[in-house]
Design a binder for this molecule. Sequence first.
Ligand SMILES: Cc1cc2nc3c(=O)[nH]c(=O)nc-3n(C[C@H](O)[C@H](O)[C@H](O)COP(=O)(O)OP(=O)(O)OC[C@H]3O[C@@H](n4cnc5c(N)ncnc54)[C@H](O)[C@@H]3O)c2cc1C
Length: 365
Amino acid sequence: MADFLVIGGGLIGLLTARTLSVSGAKVVLVERGQLGQESSWAGGGILSPLYPWKYPAAVNELATWSQTRYRQLIEDLEQATGIDAEWTQSGLLILDGDQHEAALTWAPTCEADVQVVDANAIQRLEPALPANHPSGLWMSQVAQIRNPLLIKALREDLRLRGVRVAENTEVTHLLSKKGRIRGVQTEYSEVVADQVIVACGAWSASLLKGLDQEVPVMPVRGQMILFRMQPGQLQHIVLWQGHYAIPRRDGRVLVGSTMEDVGFDKTITEEARDGLAQVAYEMVPALADVPMERHWAGLRPGSPTGVPFIGAHPKIDGLFINAGHFRNGVVMAPASAQLLADIVQNRPTILEASPFALDNCSTAA
Ligand SMILES: Cc1cc2nc3c(=O)[nH]c(=O)nc-3n(C[C@H](O)[C@H](O)[C@H](O)COP(=O)(O)OP(=O)(O)OC[C@H]3O[C@@H](n4cnc5c(N)ncnc54)[C@H](O)[C@@H]3O)c2cc1C
């Protein structure tokens, strides 16, 4: 029998499984579909919350811990698997003029490098932008990764580490007796396990329903469109009025995203595509001259304040949760995995764990 059974093979489940395996544990991961094809595939891969000063300290703590380790993680994975997830320090250029004060107050609290830049500096940094932004904010340290490649690298890394992965296997319910986890029931068989970790993203609450503890994780749809420019035509991540453009190394540019409360519905809509395209052309006019290649949607695991739930289930011994990462699951993933591994393996935790505890959850927005 494995030491830990992880349910859910998105970035959170994959990194949780890897972190436990690195520390010597035997791990099994069970995924309903194929690894990493839900929110973790759909996401943008920006390694920073957007406007990080708008988030609770707990989100920034996980993000900061991860940011300082992401480059090494990607290098380690490349060395082990030969797959490069393209960690790129593209920097983040924020064009909104009303964020300066909040940003400059926040920056020292996270030792972040935030500079106010004028119109000339914006043009020098990013000639592809229109000249109508009098000032902005420049965060040179912000990086990105290409999440589908990170998933590929993690899949191979888990294989090399001997982590058993069962894809196309849905966990239909959790099995517990007298307040203690016994394992899980999948669509095929019963799997016995002493320690079970729920990392099912937006679907986590459904699996935990009926266990006498509210888990306020709900799906929030995000749609995204993809353009193809020349490599280097746009060099930095650009953020304006809540929308962003992310230039990849090969010239592809992702523009996102919508925030929609439509339940578990991943349909893409014409309205969102046209709305995103309109913003894209205003933000980076040259995008109007290149083809739009793709349009997709993903379901973010929304939580009331954006703070994920990481820790023990308060009512069932041996049951743990790592879910609810909302808009920042890619950037928070390494820290979330390490924090959960510290908790389940009874080590001192990398961060104070109480803000992430399930029994600490608040439904206040
Ligand atoms: C459009 C968009 C843009 C985003 N941009 C960014 C960004 O730039 N930066 C950032 O940090 N974050 C971003 N995010 C958020 C980020 O993608 C998520 O927070 C993160 O991927 C959540 O990871 P997860 O593993 O918890 O969930 P998921 O990736 O959704 O994985 C959950 C997995 O659990 C599986 N599962 C569910 N139920 C069961 C079951 N019963 N049995 C077995 N398996 C099950 C699912 O099939 C799925 O594979 C974005 C999200 C979207 C949608």
